[in-house]
Design a protein around this ligand. Structure first.
Ligand code: UT7
Length: 335
């Protein structure tokens, strides 16, 4: 019997309608379009304006799209992972609610929290479950309502983040397509540089923590930038080397969209000469944390051909980072 690999067989996404432009941010904080564009590559981000809706709202929409595209009976789904830094609530898993709402009554689900690397780690988890032979249909959704933890008076963070959700269905494959290798790492040194200080067990919510704005995301951008550039590039170099992949063998770089300069530096280290191989959509959505990687898959799905080599890369709070080597498993009808 041939070896089972875990292939992506459908992708889906949901983006809120509201576009928060650089121009609008100019009215909120001391910044300008030129600075944001040249330092990050971002032009606008989507915001889920409805205060009564949380991350699950977007995750459900993305999951429903996957179900429709693959013409699944939701009862066939074995497992749902919601990769997120902004779950609806801190105890009741968002994934459990998503599973119920989409009718996946035979599934179990949980949330996976590894900041911007959550989706990459989720891919690894989904692939392991599929390869074990125990489960056949696992959906991983990356979803974040970053606007719920962003301080719109802090120009070092509010220009970066946006809301959105996207995900992928993983199924067994016997043609050698799907996830081939992964290089995943973490380093706790990172919690000094990118975090939400209060609201967890270490520093529970009090009136004081609210007054001190300790429930908003804060980062030392310069330090995070340095770690991100070296770690993401190292991870990709490593995965290419140990799989004997040259830059010619790589068809697409699917990287976490935190800053265009970080992605460019990674592509350079990988020796990717063709700009077209480096997939970028940060200008439209900003950094949607767990959703960036599946949003790239969603936006560029039509370009991928069966058998294409994709190298994934991410870096996020924790710190968490890594790279995945995957063979794309299908052609979309109109490519
Ligand atoms: O996804 C999770 C991982 N996160 C990341 O990967 C983010 C990594 N970091 C970054 O992307 C970048 O560090 C930022 C985009 C956050 C900042 O860019 P930078 O080139 O590192 O800027 P900087 O923090 O070194 O600031 C340069 C200057 C400073 O002014 P002075 O001290 O040179 O006068 C800042 O005060 O730019 C100023 N500045 C701004 N100016 C206009 C900082 N934020 C802004 C702003 N608009 N929004």
């Amino acid at each position: 019997m041939s070896k089972i690999t875990a292939a992506i067989t459908a992708v889906g996404a949901y983006l809120p309608d509201y576009k928060l432009t650089n121009k609008e941010l100019e009215g909120l904080v001391d910044t300008n379009d030129e600075w944001i564009t040249s330092r990050t590559g971002i032009k606008e981000r989507r915001i889920l304006k409805d205060a009564s809706k949380g991350t699950s709202y977007m995750a459900i929409k993305a999951a429903e799209q996957i179900i429709a595209k693959r013409q699944l009976d939701p009862k066939e789904i074995d497992m749902i992972i919601v990769a997120t830094a902004t779950p609806d609530m801190s105890v009741a898993a968002t994934a459990a609610y998503v599973a119920s709402e989409i009718g996946a009554t035979n599934a179990f689900g949980y949330d996976l929290a590894a900041a911007c690397s959550s989706f990459l780690y989720g891919m690894s988890t989904a692939a392991s479950y599929i390869q074990s032979g125990r489960y056949k249909k696992v959906i991983v959704i990356g979803a974040d309502k970053m606007s719920s933890i962003v301080d719109y008076t802090d120009r070092t963070t509010c220009i970066i983040f946006g809301d959105g959700a996207a995900g992928a269905l993983f199924e067994p494959n016997e043609e050698g397509l799907g996830l081939h290798d992964e290089y995943l790492r973490s380093d706790g040194v990172g919690r000094n540089f990118l975090r939400i200080e209060a609201g967890g067990s270490l520093n529970p919510a009090t009136h004081e923590t609210v007054d001190n704005k300790q429930h908003f995301i804060k980062q030392d951008g310069k330090t995070v930038f340095k770690y991100a550039v070296s770690s993401m590039a190292d991870a990709c170099e490593n995965i290419m080397e140990r799989n004997n992949l040259s830059h010619n063998d790589v068809d697409w770089l699917v990287a976490h969209q935190a800053n265009k300069r970080i992605i460019d530096a990674t592509a350079k280290r990988m020796g990717l000469k063709e700009e077209s191989k480096v997939l970028i959509n940060i200008e439209k959505y900003g950094n949607t944390t767990s959703a960036t990687i599946p949003l790239v898959l969603f936006d560029f799905e039509k370009k991928f051909k069966k058998g294409d080599t994709l190298v994934f890369a991410s870096f996020g709070g924790g710190f968490t980072w890594g790279s995945i080597y995957l063979k794309w498993a299908y052609n979309t009808p109109d490519n």
